[in-house]
Design a protein around this ligand. Sequence first.
Ligand SMILES: [Zn+2]
Length: 258
Amino acid sequence: MKPALLAIVLWMTALPVLAGQYGAAPADLEDHLARLKAAYPDVIADFDLSRLVLKSGETIEVSDGRTDKSFEELLDDPDIDDMFAYDYPQGAEPEAPDVNVDPGRIRVESLFRAIYGDCRKNEVAPLMRKVAWIGGSVSITTRNGVDRALEAVARDLAKLPQSMVKYLTPSAGTYNCRPIAGTARMSMHAYGASIDLNTKYANYWRWRKPGKDGKLVWTNQMPKAIIDVFERHGFIWGGRWYHYDTMHFEYRPELLEN
Ligand SMILES: [Zn+2]
């Protein structure tokens, strides 16, 4: 084979690697699965390294065997082990994440439907309950104790200095049966398990043009004291994502140590 031709063949075989490198299971997969089961005891009955067994009798495969996903495929077609692709930096100072580091943004929809119901079949709205919130009230799902967790958040937020109130109220919403903007994937708002705080102090990756280097420009106004309270009670913060959404908190205790 001529050197030029050989170079082309080598270049072509390298393409799949360059195109995608996501999808491998984390080394500590078993720990993650144990925490997942502990986080959703009403839904997950058992697990091994190959599958989750739900109390309904349904099973969900842990791995689809793929390790060559593009980042878009990781988001659009994840398996269970992909949900743990990034460690969530609980308690860290708010700062810009590295490119595509989105801990918690990768969600297997069949699992979340099993936990919270399918809003398109009207299974989510009947499970919502109104709980006290700073300056009023919000509705949140009663599945999995999310309502009690949010009540605990509200109680702790009420102890923070008065200067924090402006970030917390009015809430920009909880339950909303909709896909994530610009995608076909359901938002955590469709499960009634997330809350957006005051839009006035929100920063969102789609609202700001990328920098000259093509990278997103992370921006945040949310104080750490508020993030700490949510994380203490099982909610992750959307400001810890490269694709940031700083008014957004969602209930994901499997990613937190509490
Ligand atoms: Zn949100």
